[in-house]
Design a protein around this ligand. Structure first.
Ligand SMILES: Cc1cc2nc3c(=O)[nH]c(=O)nc-3n(C[C@H](O)[C@H](O)[C@H](O)COP(=O)(O)O)c2cc1C
Length: 220
């Protein structure tokens, strides 16, 4: 099973400090999944590794054979994944622009019929919960339906060090139990959906919207 962890931060600004708080949250999820699931193929996607350019041009808008190599490679990873862990801070009570921008580069058919897990965090006390509520809608539209459990990490800099390790040893077990609920749901759904995709190809059965946005319209 391939699980992609997508980090939703490209922030360089100081303040607020520390920069890219999300990197440690994503690392904590990676460490948790790798320890819990040694046979899994766990990969962290960092938007800083990709140059999306100033002009927005999604993957599906390029002519075949003209897609930038890095964008195509990322599309392949998203297509090959069985499940997604979406890690986002809260920006004005919404998911981060960095996460939305990365995900928006790819058509929903690449994400569809696979589960996702919502992980949010904050420097302050709310843990990104307001962003998380909106993420359900966003991820559902992509077709990677979020599992019911969510993970929220308030005061993330106090919970995790720079490498994503728990600062307080006595709290680590409770955090791991909390993470486990979400990741277990994710893996259960990924197993179920992956098995069923082998039996019935949903892309053939339902058909993907690939021609133009009006394919979504109700009949007149
Ligand atoms: C434009 C902007 C809007 C923000 N809005 C919120 C918010 O609504 N709720 C919140 O808890 N934090 C908010 N923050 C704080 C960020 O969530 C915080 O800086 C977080 O560490 C960002 O994640 P990062 O460090 O991984 O980039 C905002 C920060 C910026 C720059």
């Amino acid at each position: 099973m391939k699980i992609l962890i997508v980090l939703g931060s490209t922030r360089k600004s100081l303040p607020p400090k520390p920069p890219r708080l999300g990197a440690r949250v994503a690392e904590a999820l990676r460490a948790h999944l790798e320890a819990d699931y040694p046979d899994g193929d766990i990969e962290l996607i960092d938007p800083l590794d990709y140059d999306f350019g100033q002009v927005f041009k999604p993957h599906f808008a390029y002519a075949a054979n003209h897609v930038p190599q890095a964008l195509d490679a990322l599309a392949d990873k998203i297509r090959a994944a069985d499940a997604y862990v979406m890690v986002s801070p809260e920006y004005n009570h919404s998911l981060s622009p960095a996460l939305a921008h990365l995900l928006n580069h790819f058509g929903s058919s690449l994400y569809a019929y696979k589960p996702s897990l919502i992980v949010t965090y904050s420097a302050g006390q709310w843990g990104g919960v307001r962003a998380a509520v909106g993420m359900r809608t966003f991820l559902s539209e992509l077709g990677c339906l979020p599992v019911s459990a969510m993970i929220h990490v308030p005061h993330a800099a106090e919970v995790l060090d720079e490498d994503g390790r728990y600062r307080k040893e006595d709290g680590a077990e409770r955090w791991e139990t909390y993470l486990q609920r979400g990741t277990t749901q994710l893996r259960w759904w990924a197993d179920a959906a992956g098995g069923h995709r082998q039996n019935v190809d949903p892309h053939e059965l339902v058909g993907d919207f690939t021609r133009d946005p009006q394919q979504r319209n109700a009949p007149e």
